[in-house]
Ligand binder design. Structure first.
Ligand code: PHE
Length: 434
């Protein structure tokens, strides 16, 4: 058995967790969700849910990992052998999400190169070629290279460089956006609060989903990262820093997106079309479009890669800790499996146009795994922890070296309210979408 790795420094651990949290969800999802849900008023449920649930959920995940010194599956099996299947379920959800997340990252890589070389293609012709498959393989290869190097030499190093680079690209881009002549309209749309929306349940379930996705909760990522902690620094403080940084990046991401999009009279539409159609068309007409465009896509690429390696590590550490394989063997096996699983999503947006039940496979996986799978995985996780794990030991980990103490009653509250709220949120999502 090899000796368990640990983070080189506490800052490295914090930056890597920030890297996992900050992703595509901050740059395109958050701004759009805010604009659609009452503008500035959305920040009310968002902050309440972050403080009331997101933060405590994150602290619990880290505490469980640090206490057991092993990744999610083995943590659950240590609690009871009967949790092997639920554990495997959580790992599988994170694996499937990663398989198509890497495909989207491949698109971003291609667009970075398109803009850099001035060979811009619209999304349609891009997805009518084999480039999406090719770029998926490259991004997968890169992530594999990082994870194979291990926690300190791979993941920690990538995040130390990546997060600094990300912040130094984001801030100038936001300042530039806000200095555009028509930026005001965008900022008004983004931030003017419509408090009447607070009475709509959907704004609350949307905020819940956004917090969950954005903090990378419920997939065993943070348990895994916590399991490489040796130092007993306060988890309450570390998690607060991670959550605050993540929210700041989302907020500034919104300032940037809305000022640019409104300045060019475009629609702040959601998801892929914003990133791959609206933004590129703006870059093609704006002054300094090449440099702004490359900065924007590079920002997304870094944000996405640092999230991808955290998902990757969940599966790799499962093989290391549960099956006892070496790091290189585990990462190679997972990389091959990802290649096989991800190729279907990649092909669904390529010349092959692979579909299932009339939808691209990537979209189906995103709905069933990225939305419902993620929520169910969160419930399974929190139910096992709060109902079956040794509560005293976990609380001891949580409150170790912390000036702010989380009381025992917090567990009792979460035990009931959390699963109920997630189920309500899922039901709302289903009702609103149909
Ligand atoms: N938190 C990442 C984001 O905001 C996405 C993510 C979700 C990454 C779940 C890993 C796991 O984009």
């Amino acid at each position: 058995m090899q000796k368990r790795e640990s983070w080189n420094s506490h800052v490295g651990f914090i930056l890597s967790s920030v890297g996992s949290a900050v992703g595509l969800g901050n740059i395109w999802r958050f701004p759009y969700v805010v604009g659609e849900n009452g503008g500035g008023a959305f920040l009310v449920p968002y902050v309440i849910i972050i403080v009331g649930f997101g933060l405590i959920f994150m602290i619990i995940e880290f505490a469980v990992g640090r206490y057991h010194q092993t990744s999610i599956l083995s943590c659950l099996i240590k609690t009871s052998k009967k949790f092997k299947m639920p554990g495997l379920f959580i790992v599988s959800v994170s694996f499937v999400i990663l398989s198509y997340y890497l495909v989207v990252l491949g698109w971003i890589l291609s667009y970075t190169i398109f803009i850099l070389t001035g060979s811009f293609q619209d999304f349609e012709s891009f997805t009518n070629s084999w480039l999406p498959v090719f770029s998926f393989v490259i991004v997968l290869g890169f992530s594999y290279g990082i994870v194979r190097r291990g926690i300190t030499r791979g993941i920690e190093k990538l995040n130390k460089i990546g997060i600094i680079l990300l912040i130094s690209l984001l801030i100038p881009l936001a300042i530039y956006g806000m200095s555009l002549p028509e930026a005001d309209g965008g900022l008004k749309y983004y931030l003017t609060p419509d408090f009447s929306k607070l009475y709509e349940p959907s704004i609350w379930s949307t905020a819940f989903g956004q917090v969950f996705f954005s903090l990378s909760l419920g997939l065993g990522i943070l348990v895994t990262y916590g399991s490489y902690l040796k130092e007993k620094k306060s988890l309450v403080t570390s998690s607060s820093i991670i959550v605050a940084t993540n929210s700041m990046v989302s907020f500034v991401g919104g300032l940037m997106i809305f000022s640019i999009v409104f300045s060019f009279g475009m629609d702040p539409s959601a998801g892929p079309s914003l990133v791959f159609q609206v933004m590129p068309s703006i870059f093609s007409i704006m002054e300094f479009g090449t440099i702004i465009g490359v900065t924007f896509f590079l920002l997304l690429l870094i944000a996405g890669l640092t999230s991808a390696v955290s998902l990757f590590q969940v599966s790799v550490s499962t093989l290391e800790d549960h099956a006892g394989y070496s790091k290189s063997k585990s990462s190679s096996i997972i990389a091959v499996l990802l290649l096989i699983a991800g190729i279907f999503s990649a092909l669904s947006y390529s010349s092959a146009n692979l579909q299932l039940f009339g939808s691209p496979i990537l979209d189906l996986l995103d709905t069933y795994f990225g939305t419902y799978g993620l929520a169910i995985s969160g419930i399974v996780f929190i139910v096992i922890i709060t109902w079956f794990m040794d509560r005293r030991k976990i609380l001891e980990q949580i409150n170790l070296n912390s000036r702010i103490k989380i009381p025992d009653s917090a567990f009792s509250i979460i035990k009931f309210t959390f699963p109920a709220l997630v189920i309500l949120s899922i039901l709302f999502t289903i009702i609103v979408e149909n």
